[in-house]
Write a protein that binds this ligand. Sequence first.
Ligand code: TYD
Length: 206
Amino acid sequence: METTRGIFFTFEGPDGAGKTTQIGRLETALAERGYTTLRTREPGGDFVGEQVRQLLLDRSAMTPEAEFLLFAASRAQNVAHVVRPALEAGKIVLCDRFTDSSLAYQGFARGLSVEFIRAANAFATRGLTPHKTFLLDVPVSIGKARRSTGETNRLDREAEAFHARVREGYLRVAAEEPERFVIIDGTQPEASVFAQLWGAVQALLL
Ligand code: TYD
């Protein structure tokens, strides 16, 4: 990765893994210790990214190809207009989902070419790679139970087999890049998940 002053952390996991809660806790803990953070999400980020998010999470029929290209479009906006400027300003960037979501969901689960997605991710991000990626891993049944309590989107409503492939995809991607990934068991109580996350983040900030 090119030299920037900030630190780039991404958070991944199946729907219902508890990422949003953990990112919130981490944001608070870092702020209490005087770090400047920036939180963003994909799909989303800037105005265009958020508009693309509306399209993506809507329930209208969409081809897998169009779906991936829209995620990639949102990613290009988020990187150029939100993530890079924050890294250049020396911030710790916390990004809720990034390139690995496309590999797991559109690649492994939808069945699009994983190699193509890798290349398109590199194109969309102009090669920006996270310093660390925290993967909150939960079995499909737990993710499903947690999802049912919130609002559902196009991807939440996919069959159980789809979500099983998402989980498997994440674990495969993580196994290929063990130095970048920290896998955390998301079935633990919320406080235990955070203790593990915080321990890993502190080790990186030393
Ligand atoms: P969101 O409501 O943000 O879900 P979560 O809280 O679980 O992150 O919806 C994002 C959905 O988009 C989620 O189901 C994962 C999916 N997604 C992809 O399929 N590919 C991608 O590249 C990204 C960024 C997200």
